[in-house]
Design a protein around this ligand. Sequence first.
Ligand code: NAD
Length: 329
Amino acid sequence: MPKSKYLVTGAGGFIGHHLVKELSRQGHWVRGVDIKYPEFGETDANEFLLLDLRRWENCLQAAEGVDQVFALAADMGGMGFISHHHGQILHNNLLINTHTLEAARLQGVRRYFYTSSACVYPEYLQSEAYIKPLKEEDVYPAQPQDAYGWEKLISEHLCRHYGEEYEIQTRIVRFHNIFGPLGTWDGGREKVPAALCRKIAYAKLTGKPDIEIWGDGEQTRSFCYIDDCISGILKLMQSDYSQPLNLGQDRMVTINELADIISEIAGLKIEKKHVPGPQGVRGRNSDNTLLKKVLNWEPQISLEQGLETTYRWIESQVEALIKADGESN
Ligand code: NAD
């Protein structure tokens, strides 16, 4: 990639932190912006500003003097979070995305990357565990399950119209469950791979093999490892494709199967306890036909490989926490 000045919003978060690392490794100048610093290690950004991007003047400051923007900031989390905070999520994310895009346009940003989600797809196509993989065009007639998905869909539109009507070029990705090390694994915003890794690590380290799983565990998803996600983001940003594009794996597994893969990596036989809890849609998978056509590429890292690295990292985090708790008691 030719050297550029980049803004990464949400640079204190999971994907943003990894993206900053990669841009910086490639020799670009990077400004990271977030309301918090990365939790798991120093940022590699040349400049890191703590700014609340719901506020217009902060967005203008964030976008000043950069050529390209990766817009990742969002108030988000796993099902436990997004199924209980509709008003907050819709309000905050609409402000963040509307202001960030307009500020980028006014500051003369050349290219803008918006991170949408598989949560834009209609609930009625995802009511069974073994569904047809979702193609980009399946999004209409629209019926996303949560406010989180509605906001993503509106902001996709905003990006498309800005791209058509103004000088700024826009790129739009729809992520399908990205996971990996250095992501939230505790506290209520974590997503299912991280939550299961944590529960299994606790089970292993405390000798209590019971693992709680929300619902019957037969709901299905596909999961994409962070390194593939970063490769896909950079390829799409450099492409001339301006319509929304899926970025995920197309191997669908049940949550029970996901737990089994992690328990095998941990070397622990677990007892699954199925408990009530938010489950999201019943089934979801990515159709990667368009992804392969547009980028001539698809995610390469297997679920087992990605989970191996992720589990090891989360186990070390849990171990450190147990040790610290033991020392403070
Ligand atoms: P994350 O929660 O780790 O990162 C988002 C970051 O945005 C956080 O660090 C948060 O502090 C920051 N943020 C929130 N409100 C802000 C504000 N007002 N001003 C500035 N920063 C603010 O999430 P992530 O997994 O890294 O996701 C990055 C993007 O990708 C998000 O837009 C998310 O919706 C989208 N996405 C992620 C996934 C996934 O599986 N991780 C799936 C679909 C879409």
